[in-house]
Design a protein around this ligand. Structure first.
Ligand SMILES: Nc1ncnc2c1ncn2[C@@H]1O[C@H](COP(=O)(O)OP(=O)(O)OP(=O)(O)O)[C@@H](O)[C@H]1O
Length: 260
């Protein structure tokens, strides 16, 4: 069971000597990484370097891909090894929520997009559900836009609003960690800015890990940055240092746009 957020200095996510394969092909090579609570950590690196794969290891969503498997090492969430045989996977995915590149609201009303997960997790009180729906929509700055059309289809919202609805849906079930895989890459600049503002607000309560190709976004939003290349973690540090004075030449070349 993943139980509660990390406290007392325990990292929100601790990756220890992780190796990961798709079939016979190794795509993550001996990664060691500690992600602190209540921070935004950005994963950057050229296409195919393993950012999304590593992100998807954190809630074991890769388990759904035939042949995809961890071959060595461990991942601990709030100190709990998520490979434990008795781990409750549904609980893990509730604690470690995910937002995808292409927003994917359910084909339901705006209200039901959020209420659905609450009901699935056993909430029966309609008053409690109403309150949670409003709270989540306020947290993502959507409430004022949608409060008069909660029963309308989520598909009637703009792309940026749908993505914020998906974030609201993710926080509805009170995760500790939110994984975001290129959440803004299909959004226009204004919607991107709104999501970035939202991330900065949400990090007061959640640990956020974001995969992004947008280096300006990583430098604007994140506290820490991890740079990956060919499945290896090349450098990890404060975003300020990673972008202004990285220790490794490859990092410097990547953040300065020399390759990737
Ligand atoms: N389902 C899969 N089956 C087999 N190989 C895969 C699968 N998904 C990804 N890979 C391979 O694993 C490696 C890492 O891919 P991954 O998508 O994690 O990288 P990434 O850094 O997130 O790339 P991008 O920025 O393009 O999304 C790549 O070589 C990719 O081709």
């Amino acid at each position: 069971m993943v139980n509660g957020s990390s406290t007392n200095g325990t990292p929100a996510i601790a990756v220890d000597n992780l190796r990961f394969n798709y079939g016979a092909k190794q795509v993550i090579h001996d990664v060691n990484l500690e992600i602190a609570s209540r921070e935004i950590t950005a994963f950057i690196g050229p296409s195919g370097c393993g950012k999304s794969t590593l992100l998807r290891c954190f809630n074991r969503i890769n388990d759904r891909i035939p042949g995809a498997h961890v071959t060595a090492g461990t991942i601990k969430i709030a100190g709990i090894d998520i490979a434990r045989p008795d781990l409750d996977i549904q609980m893990l995915r509730r604690r470690v929520g995910m937002v995808f590149q292409k927003w994917n609201p359910f084909p339901k009303s705006i209200y039901d997009n959020i209420a659905y997960g609450l009901r699935i997790h056993g909430e029966k009180s309609s008053k409690a559900i109403d309150e949670r729906v409003e709270y989540c929509l306020r947290r993502v700055a959507l409430w004022d836009d949608v409060k008069d059309r909660l029963k309308s289809s989520a598909f009637g919202l703009s792309g940026g609003q749908q993505q914020r609805l998906c974030i609201a849906r993710t926080i509805a079930t009170k995760p500790d960690i939110i994984l975001m895989d290129e959440p803004c890459s299909a959004l226009d600049p204004l919607s991107t800015l709104k999501v970035e503002e939202l991330l900065l607000e949400l990090k007061n309560d959640y640990t956020i890990v974001i995969v992004t190709h947008n280096l300006a976004q990583a430098s604007r939003c994140s506290d820490k940055t991890a740079f990956f290349y060919l499945g290896k973690l090349i450098e990890f540090g404060t975003t300020q240092k990673m972008f202004s004075n990285p220790s490794v030449r490859q990092t410097e070349e990547y953040v300065s746009g020399a390759f990737g």
